[in-house]
Design a protein around this ligand. Structure first.
Ligand code: FES
Length: 157
């Protein structure tokens, strides 16, 4: 459910664009910033505010990976799938991580605690393979053992 403030801001967006469809993306950004993800009722609210169907708004929300249509876990892991990391075994580490979490990239572990996303270069190529935890902690020179330790820690916090 969007706050009154967010609803007003979305209505304001309508004055900045030539048509309502152009306001879908900024409205989705605004809603995701407030709610943390984009559940069905929020998609519906955006549609109502913009005078568009839920299907039209959902079409945009599901097309772009930057919009979260599923509730994210308490923690997020961004795993670098770029070439320098791939050359140092990132594919194998990602497979290990997916097995450990019980989910694939772009999904959340069945216990709802950790969301896994693939990412482009995370700026730590000299210590590849690399992943970024909760947008703040770089885990570098990854091994299966390091990944196991990190996952255990995250599951308990
Ligand atoms: S390519 Fe993976 S951190 Fe740069």
């Amino acid at each position: 459910m969007l706050s009154q403030q967010a609803k007003s801001e979305i209505q304001q967006l309508m004055t900045k664009y030539p048509d309502a469809r152009s306001a879908i993306m900024p409205a989705l950004h605004l809603a995701q910033r407030e709610v943390g993800w984009l559940p069905d009722d929020v998609i519906q609210e955006i549609g109502d505010l913009l005078g568009l169907s839920k299907t039209e708004v959902n079409g945009v929300a599901t097309f772009y990976t930057m919009y979260a249509r599923d509730q994210p876990g308490r923690h997020t892991i961004m795993f670098c799938a770029d070439l320098p990391c791939a050359l140092r075994g990132a594919d194998e580490m990602l497979e290990h991580l997916e097995h450990k979490l019980g989910c694939r990239a772009s999904q959340t572990s069945p216990d709802g605690k950790i969301t896994l996303q693939e990412a482009e270069c995370l700026g730590g190529c000299n210590h590849a393979p690399v992943m970024l935890i909760d947008g703040a902690e770089h885990a570098q020179d990854l091994t299966s053992e390091k990944i196991d330790e990190i996952i255990e820690r995250l599951r308990n916090t």
